[in-house]
Design a protein around this ligand. Structure first.
Ligand code: NAD
Ligand code: ZN
Length: 260
């Protein structure tokens, strides 16, 4: 187990500097420093429901109002939070280099907000690689349960009754959060992420417990292709044994030390 010693920081900075093709894989831990709870933390419970019981198509079919109430609270929490130093440092780095892609399991939109603010500060029009591949969707998009139409949706959710839930702009039927629920297939982003992983020389893994597949395998694929893995997480994970350097530290503290 590694503390945060400066020699390791230098080693990691050197690996990051010379690697061509970098995939950054992030999870809920990167947003913990923005005040958003991870799923598996003790406060990742709500009204005696586990996320695993709410984030399913069955839960939505049974009680859409309850599921929307929970997503409304998560959206409000994400709206009230801000990208932290780790999101911002990653966004600047990915805009600066043209061979970095951020792949996230998070649905909180904080990587996108960091990318927008970094691009603005750097006077850049495009978000480049700082625009994240969102493997599990986004809290700020909805998808129609009837016609499948997707749309951005940022307004607060009124989950007082079925009638107040958001509806489709095209057909008027009920919409659902445009996120991937347990048991649902991932979108095309996962294929793009694996293609990038096959070419990448390095995978920087930040704040994921690496137990949700296939996302965690992105790092394994990079390693199998001869690339290096660097990890930032206060706890060891199943990816720790693969990592050339693993930092037992928080994201907002550690990521800027590696990239700025
Ligand atoms: P997870 O809750 O399983 O794991 C979070 C990891 O972050 C843990 O390994 C923990 O040790 C680490 N961590 C805690 N504080 C940290 C910090 N300050 N800096 C760095 N790491 C820290 O989350 P996961 O691995 O992303 O996977 C679970 C699923 O949870 C995903 O499907 C994701 O969609 C969903 N989720 C997303 C959000 C979000 O969008 N913010 C929040 C909760 C859950
Ligand atoms: Zn519709």
């Amino acid at each position: 187990m590694n503390g945060v010693d400066s020699e390791l920081v230098n080693e990691a900075r050197e690996l990051l500097g010379r690697a061509g093709g970098v995939v950054v894989l992030t999870g809920a831990g990167i947003s913990a420093d923005s005040g958003l709870a991870t799923f598996r933390s003790a406060d990742g419970w709500w009204k005696n429901h586990r996320p695993e019981d709410l984030a399913t198509p069955q839960a939505f079919a049974r009680d859409p109002r309850l599921v929307w109430e929970w997503y409304g609270l998560r959206r409000a929490a994400a709206t009230e939070s801000s990208p932290n130093a780790a999101h911002l440092s990653l966004a600047r780095w990915a805009i600066d280099r043209d061979d970095v892609t951020i792949v996230t399991q998070n649905v909180d939109g904080l990587h996108t907000r960091a990318a927008e603010s970094a691009a603005q500060n750097l006077g850049r029009q495009d978000l480049a690689g700082a625009r994240p591949l969102e493997l599990h969707g986004c809290l700020f998009r909805v998808r129609c349960t009837a016609c499948e139409k997707r749309a951005a949706h940022h307004d607060p959710i009124d989950a007082t009754s079925l009638e107040t839930l958001p509806t489709c702009g095209s057909c008027g039927r009920m919409v659902r959060p445009d996120v991937i629920w347990f048991g649902e297939p991932l979108g095309p982003e996962i294929g793009q992420a694996f293609t990038l992983a096959q070419e990448a020389e390095l995978c920087l893994v930040v704040g994921t417990s690496a137990v949700v597949q296939p996302a965690a395998s992105i790092a394994t694929v990079v390693r199998q292709g001869g690339g290096q893995v660097i990890e930032v997480n206060p706890e060891p994970t199943p990816l720790t044994p693969l990592a050339a350097v693993s930092f037992r530290a928080g994201a907002a503290d550690m990521v800027p030390q590696l990239l700025d």
